[in-house]
Design a protein around this ligand. Structure first.
Ligand code: F6R
Length: 609
C-alpha cells in the first residue's frame, strides 16, 4: 500500500518523480525517498510527508534522466529514514523500491548475512537490493540478475529497480501489488496507480501478476517468469488529470461527495432497460446460463465496500429470493465457509487491489464458485481475476475515506438486485418503477447535497462530543455502520453503528446527555420502530440527530436536529441517507482541523493482509 514512481526518458527525472509521489501520497505517507542516476547515484530519504523530502532535497543537485521514488506506509519496521525506500545493498550499485511484503525475507536475510551482507534497515524490502547484488556476482547482467532475484522471493510485490551498472533501464516486477506503465514519447512513467501517470500520458500498460517489464526510454519489453515474451500493448485510459485533482474543493473527500450525482449517472449509463424493467451488464454476459442457475450468493469485501455488500444482502434477500450471505473478506479466507460450484461470490472493491478481498476471490475460485467483481479501478487485480464483472466508472477516488465509491457500489448493486429479481418473480411494473426511480436518483442526491449548510451547522454544534451511536434498521442498518466508520476515520471520534433493535440489549446503558445518537429514520416499514428508539434515547436525556423524509414534521418534536432527504422508495432511501452521514463526518472533522484526506494510520489501498 505504498506508492512507487519511476521515470526514464529525456526529461530531468526528479520533478516527474516528486509530482508522481504527491499524487500517490494517499497510498501511504509515513516516509518517502527518491533516487536518481545521472553522472552518479543520488539518493535522498526522509521520514514524514513528501514536503519533508523536498526540504531534504533543497540545494542538492539531483540531475539525471532515470530515477525511482517511493512513499511508504510501514509494515515491517518503523517509519524512519533508514526504513524509507529506495533501498540499496552494501553499495549503491542497485536501488530498489518495493510495495508489498516479501514473506521469505527472514530466510533470505539470514543467507545474505551469512555471505557477509550488511543491512541498514528493518524492512523486508532491503533484502531484494542485497539479493540483486548477490545475483550480479553470477550473471554480470542487471536484467538476468533481477529475474533471478525475483524467482527467489515469495509474497506480494510491486518492485522497481535501477542500477548504475546499466543506467538505461528500469526493471519492474509485479505480484499482487498494482503497477502501471505510462508509455510516452521516448519516455516511460511507472507507478502504483494511474493518478501519477495520467498527467503525462493516457497510454498505459497494466502489468499482470508474474510479469517482468524492462523499460527503456524508447520501449518496453514484458516477459513472464519463464522468460517468455508477453505481447502486451498500451491501452488508452479515460481518466483526466482534472478528475484526479481537487478542483475548487478544499479536500478530495468533499469533492468526491459532491461528485455523487455524476457517479450515479456513470454507474447506470447504458445499463437501464427501462421498458423491460431491468438492467443489462456487458461484463456479465459471458457467464450466460451459469449466472441464471446460481443458487446462493456470497458477497465478500472490506470496510466501506463491505457495508455496501451488507446493503445488497438485504436487497437480494428481500427482492431476489436468492439465499445471500455477506462476509468480511479476511474472515472469508480464514473461516470454514462452505462454498460450492453453484454459488456466486461477488467481490466488491473500489481499488480492486485489497489483499483480503483478492485472497477471498482466489479462495472462491479454488472451490469452483463463479466469481464476480464490482470494482472501480479498471485493470486492477480483482477485475482481472474474477470470472465476470461490473465496473463502477466512478473515476479516481483519492480521499482515503471512501464516499463516492459507496454511492456507486450501492447504485450498481441496486441495478443488480433488479436484474436478478426480474429473472425470479419481480413484476414488470415493479421493475419499471424501480428503474425509473434509479434513473432520477442523481437529482435526489443533488438535493441532499443542497443541504450542506444545515448539515455543517449541525456538525459544528456536535463537534464537542466524544462518542456517537449511529442507529438504523433494515436497509438503513448498513448506513448506520458506514456513518459510524466515516466519523471515526476522519474525525477520530469514537462512534458505533447499531441496528435499532439492539439498542435496548446493551448500548442504551451508555446514553446520557453527553452521548448523541444519529438516527436514520426515513419513511418505510421500520419507521415506527425507529420512532420508539428515538423516544427511548430522549427519555434517557440523550441528544438525537435524525435523517428524515421530506415533509415528516413529526420528527422535529422528538429529535434535537433533523436533516431531510427527498421522498423515495424504502429500497433506495439508504443512498440518500448515506450522503448526510458523509457530510456530517466531513464537517465535524473540518471543525476539529483533521487531515481529512489522509487520516492518520490509514492508507487508501490496503494491499497487505
Ligand atoms: C473506508 C475505506 C475502507 C475501504 C476498504 C476496502 O472509508 O475506504 O474501509 O472501503 O479498505 O477498500 P476497497 O474498496 O478498495 O477494497
Amino acid at each position: 500500500m505504498c506508492g512507487i514512481v519511476g521515470y526514464i526518458g529525456k526529461k530531468e527525472a526528479l520533478p516527474v518523480l516528486l509530482a508522481g509521489l504527491k499524487r500517490l501520497e494517499y497510498r501511504g505517507y509515513d516516509s518517502a525517498g527518491v533516487a536518481v542516476i545521472g553522472e552518479k547515484v543520488q539518493l535522498a530519504k526522509s521520514p514524514g510527508r513528501i514536503f519533508k523530502l523536498e526540504k531534504v532535497l533543497e540545494g542538492k543537485n539531483f540531475s539525471g534522466n532515470v530515477g525511482i521514488a517511493h512513499t511508504r506506509w510501514a509494515t515491517h519496521g518503523k517509519p524512519t529514514k533508514a526504513n524509507a525506500h529506495p533501498h540499496i545493498g552494501c553499495n549503491d550499485d542497485f536501488l530498489i523500491a518495493h510495495n508489498g511484503i516479501i514473506e521469505n525475507y527472514l530466510e533470505l536475510k539470514s543467507e545474505l548475512l551469512g555471505k557477509g551482507h550488511k543491512f541498514r534497515s528493518q524492512t523486508d524490502s532491503e533484502v531484494f537490493a542485497h539479493l540483486l547484488e548477490e545475483e550480479f556476482k553470477h550473471y554480470h547482467n542487471f536484467e538476468a540478475s533481477f529475474k533471478s532475484a525475483i524467482s527467489k522471493i515469495r509474497g506480494a510485490y510491486g518492485i522497481i529497480a535501477i542500477s548504475k551498472k546499466d543506467k538505461e533501464k528500469i526493471l519492474i516486477a509485479k505480484k499482487s501489488s498494482p503497477i502501471v506503465i505510462g508509455v510516452g514519447k521516448n519516455e516511460h512513467i511507472i507507478a502504483s496507480d494511474l493518478s501519477a501517470v495520467i498527467g503525462y500520458t493516457k497510454d498505459v500498460i497494466h502489468l499482470s501478476d508474474d510479469e517482468i517489464a524492462v523499460c527503456e526510454s524508447d520501449g518496453v519489453r514484458i516477459s513472464n517468469l519463464k522468460n517468455e515474451a508477453v505481447g502486451k500493448k498500451a491501452r488508452k485510459v479515460e481518466y483526466s488529470l482534472e478528475e484526479a485533482e481537487k478542483g475548487n474543493f478544499e479536500t478530495f473527500m468533499k469533492k468526491e461527495i459532491f461528485e455523487s450525482p455524476e457517479v450515479i449517472k456513470n454507474a447506470i449509463r447504458g445499463r437501464l432497460l427501462e421498458e423491460e424493467g431491468t438492467a443489462k451488464f456487458g461484463g456479465l454476459e459471458e457467464a450466460g446460463e451459469r449466472l441464471k442457475n446460481v443458487k446462493r450468493v456470497m458477497i465478500v469485501a472490506c470496510g466501506t465496500s463491505y457495508y455496501a455488500g451488507l446493503l445488497a444482502k438485504y436487497w437480494f434477500s428481500d427482492l431476489t429470493h436468492l439465499h445471500t450471505d455477506v462476509e468480511i473478506a479476511s474472515e472469508f479466507k480464514t473461516g470454514n465457509i462452505d462454498i460450492e460450484s453453484s454459488d456466486l461470490v461477488i467481490a466488491i472493491s473500489q481499488s480492486g487491489e485489497t489483499a483480503d478481498t483478492l485472497g477471498a476471490v482466489r479462495e472462491a475460485k479454488k472451490r469452483g464458485a463463479l466469481t464476480m467483481g464490482i470494482v472501480n479501478v479498471v485493470g486492477s487485480a480483482i477485475s482481472q481475476e474474477t470470472d465476470i464483472g461490473i465496473y463502477n466508472h466512478a473515476g479516481p477516488e483519492i480521499s482515503v475515506a471512501s464516499t463516492k465509491a459507496f454511492i456507486s457500489q450501492a447504485t450498481v448493486l441496486a441495478l443488480l438486485t433488479i436484474f436478478f429479481a426480474r429473472q425470479k418473480n419481480m413484476s414488470l411494473k415493479e421493475g419499471k418503477d424501480l428503474m425509473r426511480e434509479i434513473s432520477g436518483l442523481y437529482a435526489k442526491v443533488g438535493q441532499v447535497l443542497g443541504q450542506q449548510k444545515t448539515i455543517q451547522e449541525i456538525a459544528e454544534k456536535y463537534a464537542k462530543y466524544k462518542n456517537f451511536i449511529f442507529l438504523g434498521r433494515k436497509y438503513n442498518f448498513p448506513i448506520a455502520l458506514e456513518g459510524a466508520l466515516k466519523l471515526k476515520e476522519v474525525s477520530y471520534i469514537h462512534a458505533e453503528g447499531y441496528a435499532g433493535g439492539e439498542l435496548k440489549h446493551g448500548p442504551l446503558a451508555m446514553i446520557d446527555k453527553n452521548f448523541p445518537v444519529f438516527c436514520i429514520s426515513t419513511k418505510g416499514s421500520v419507521y415506527d420502530k425507529m420512532l420508539s428508539n428515538m423516544e427511548e434515547i430522549k427519555s434517557r436525556g440523550g441528544k438525537v440527530i435524525c435523517v428524515a423524509t421530506a415533509g415528516d414534521k413529526k420528527l422535529e418534536n422528538i429529535a434535537d436536529d433533523v436533516v431531510y432527504v427527498p421522498r423515495s422508495s424504502e429500497m433506495l432511501s439508504p443512498i440518500l441517507a448515506v450522503v448526510v452521514t458523509q457530510l456530517f463526518a466531513y464537517f465535524l472533522a473540518r471543525v476539529l482541523k483533521r487531515d481529512i484526506d489522509k487520516p492518520r494510520n490509514l492508507a487508501k489501498s490496503v494491499t497487505v493482509e
